[in-house]
Write a protein that binds this ligand. Structure first.
Ligand code: UD1
Ligand code: CA
Length: 459
C-alpha cells in the first residue's frame, strides 16, 4: 500500500473569530476543532502526521501533545507557506499526503478515506475535495475547463463576476503526491488580493506541468463547513450535536428533544436510556441501561449505573450506582461514590463522599468529606461540618445510623453503627454504636409568660 501522510494547517490566528483563543482551539461540542480533525484522521493509520502551528503554538502543541509532530510557521504568510513548513519533515518521502485545515472540524474519517482511495485510484498528482454550496461566499471556487477538468482554484477575494457564480467550492482538503506537492509549493507566489501564498495555487502549477489533477466531490456540504467566525462555529456545533445525538438514538437511546440535548463525543450510553430536554452530558461519562437523565441535568465525567434517575441536577467526576434517585436540584460534586438504591433528594449537596447502598439524604443537606455506610437515613437539614477554615475533616456514619433533622456533625467525628442522633443536635464527639445521642439544650416552657408580657406593655 502507498505510504500516507497528513498535514494539518493550524497556524492561523483566526482574526475573524475576534477572540483571544486561537482559532483551532475553539471547541465544538466541548472538543477543540483541531482535535476533531485528528480524531477523524486517526482511523486512517497514517505513517506520519504533521501539524503546522504558529499563533499560540505553545498552547496548541500542549493540547495536541504526542498525537502529532509539529512544524512552526513563524509568520502567517498563507496556507501555501504553511505547508512549506513541513518540508524538512516530509519532502523526501514517497506516498500520498492529505492536507486538511484545522478549522474544518466536521469532515469524517469516511470522507478522508474515500478521498485517499479515489486519489490513489486515479493516480493523480493532486485531488481536491470539493462540494457544492448553496452560499459559496468566502470559499475558493473550483474552476473547470470546457472538458470539465479542474484548471485551478480562485479565492473569493480574487474572483471575477463570472467566477463568483461558481457554486463548486474548495473544502480546503486535498490529497497530493507528496513529492509533487513539495516541488510545486516552491513556485507559489503571493501576487493576489491578500498578498498571501495560497496552497490552492499548487493546482494550477501542477496542471501547467502536465500533471493529472482531479476533484472528488462530496454531496455533503455540511461536513465541509469551514469555521472562520462565531456564526459558523455555532453552525458547526449544531451539526456536530445532531450527528452525535442521531448516533446514540440509532444505538437505542431515547432522546426526547435532540435540539436541546448536548452530548459530547466520547460519552457512552447504553440501550434504553432516556435523555430528557435540557441535558448536557460531558467528558468520559458512561450511562448504563434504563437510566433516565434530565430534564435539565448536567453530567460530567460520571459513571452511572442501571435504572437510575437524575432529574434537574448537576453531577461531576463521580460514580453513581444502580436504581439511584437523584434530584430534583441535587449537586453531586467530584470524587463521590454513590452506592445502589441510594436517594439524594432536593437541595442536597454531596462532595467527596462515599454513600453505601440504600442510604438516603432526601432533603436540604450538605454531606462533604464523609464516609456513609449502608441503610443510613440522613434527616432534612443535616450538615457535615467538615471545614474549620484551614483544614477539612472526615465524618464517618456507620451502617443503619439515623441522623435526626437539622443536625450538625462536627468533623472529625464518627456516628456508630445503628445509633440515633436526635433532631437539632450538634455532635462534637463520637457516638457509640446503638446509642441515642441528644446534643441540644433542654426545652423549658414558661407558663403564662406571653400574657404577662402583654399585660405589662399596657400599663
Ligand atoms: C481556505 C482556502 C479556500 C477554501 C477554504 C475552505 C486558501 C488560500 N484558501 O480559505 O480555498 O475554500 O479554506 O475552508 O487556502 N493557516 C495557516 N497558516 C497561514 C494561513 C492559514 O496555518 O498562514 C491555517 C489556518 O489556521 C486555517 C487554515 O490554514 O486552519 C485555513 O486558513 P483560512 O485563513 O481559514 O483560509 P480560508 O480563508 O478559510
Ligand atoms: Ca477557513
Amino acid at each position: 500500500m502507498t505510504n500516507r501522510y497528513a498535514v494539518i494547517l493550524a497556524a492561523g490566528q483566526g482574526t475573524r473569530m475576534k477572540s483571544k483563543l486561537y482559532k483551532v482551539l475553539h471547541p465544538v461540542m466541548g472538543r477543540p476543532m483541531v482535535q476533531h480533525v485528528i480524531d477523524q484522521l486517526n482511523p486512517l493509520q497514517l505513517d506520519e502526521l504533521v501539524t503546522i502551528v504558529g499563533f499560540g503554538a505553545e498552547r496548541v502543541k500542549e493540547i495536541i501533545g504526542n498525537q502529532s509532530e509539529f512544524a512552526i510557521q513563524e509568520e502567517q504568510l498563507g496556507t501555501g507557506h504553511a505547508v512549506k513548513m513541513a518540508e524538512a519533515l516530509l519532502k523526501d518521502k514517497e506516498g500520498t499526503t492529505i492536507v486538511v485545515c484545522g478549522d474544518t472540524p466536521l469532515i469524517t474519517s469516511d470522507t478522508f478515506s474515500a478521498l485517499f482511495n479515489f486519489h490513489e485510484k486515479e493516480q493523480a498528482s493532486a485531488t481536491i475535495l470539493t462540494t457544492k454550496a448553496d452560499d459559496p461566499t468566502g470559499y475558493g471556487r473550483v474552476i473547470r475547463n470546457i472538458d470539465n477538468e479542474v484548471e485551478r482554484i480562485v479565492e473569493h477575494k480574487d474572483a471575477n463576476e463570472v467566477e463568483l457564480q461558481v457554486d463548486e467550492i474548495n473544502t480546503g482538503t486535498y490529497c497530493f503526491d507528496n513529492q509533487a506537492l513539495f516541488a510545486a509549493i516552491k513556485e507559489v507566489s503571493n501576487e493576489n488580493a491578500q498578498g498571501e501564498y495560497y496552497l490552492p495555487d499548487v493546482i494550477e502549477i501542477l496542471r501547467g506541468k502536465g500533471d493529472k489533477v482531479s476533484a472528488f466531490m462530496t454531496e455533503n456540504f455540511e461536513e465541509t463547513l469551514g469555521v472562520n467566525d462565531r456564526v459558523a462555529l455555532s453552525k458547526a456545533e449544531r451539526i456536530m450535536k445532531k450527528r452525535i445525538n442521531e448516533q446514540h438514538m440509532r444505538n437505542g437511546v431515547s432522546i426526547i428533544d435532540p435540539d436541546h440535548t448536548y452530548i459530547q463525543p466520547g460519552v457512552r450510553i447504553e440501550q434504553d436510556v432516556v435523555i430528557h430536554p435540557g441535558s448536557i452530558i460531558r467528558g468520559k461519562t458512561v450511562i448504563k441501561e434504563n437510566t433516565e437523565i434530565g430534564p435539565n441535568s448536567e453530567i460530567t465525567n460520571c459513571e452511572i449505573g442501571e435504572e437510575t434517575v437524575i432529574k434537574q441536577s448537576v453531577a461531576s467526576d463521580s460514580k453513581i450506582g444502580d436504581r439511584v434517585n437523584i434530584g430534583p436540584f441535587a449537586h453531586i460534586r467530584p470524587e463521590s461514590t454513590i452506592g445502589n438504591e441510594v436517594k439524594i433528594g432536593n437541595f442536597v449537596e454531596v462532595k467527596k463522599t462515599e454513600m453505601g447502598d440504600r442510604s438516603k439524604a432526601s432533603h436540604l443537606s450538605y454531606i462533604g468529606d464523609a464516609d456513609v455506610g449502608s441503610n443510613v437515613n440522613i434527616g432534612c437539614g443535616t450538615i457535615t461540618v467538615n471545614y474549620d477554615g484551614t483544614n477539612k475533616y472526615l465524618t464517618t456514619i456507620e451502617d443503619d445510623a439515623f441522623i435526626g433533622c437539622n443536625s450538625n456533625l462536627i468533623a472529625p467525628v464518627t456516628i456508630g453503627k445503628g445509633s440515633y442522633v436526635a433532631a437539632g443536635s450538634t455532635i462534637t464527639n463520637d457516638v457509640p454504636r446503638d446509642a441515642l445521642s441528644v446534643a441540644r439544650s433542654r426545652q423549658t416552657n414558661k407558663e403564662g409568660y406571653v400574657s404577662r408580657i402583654k399585660n405589662r406593655k399596657r400599663d
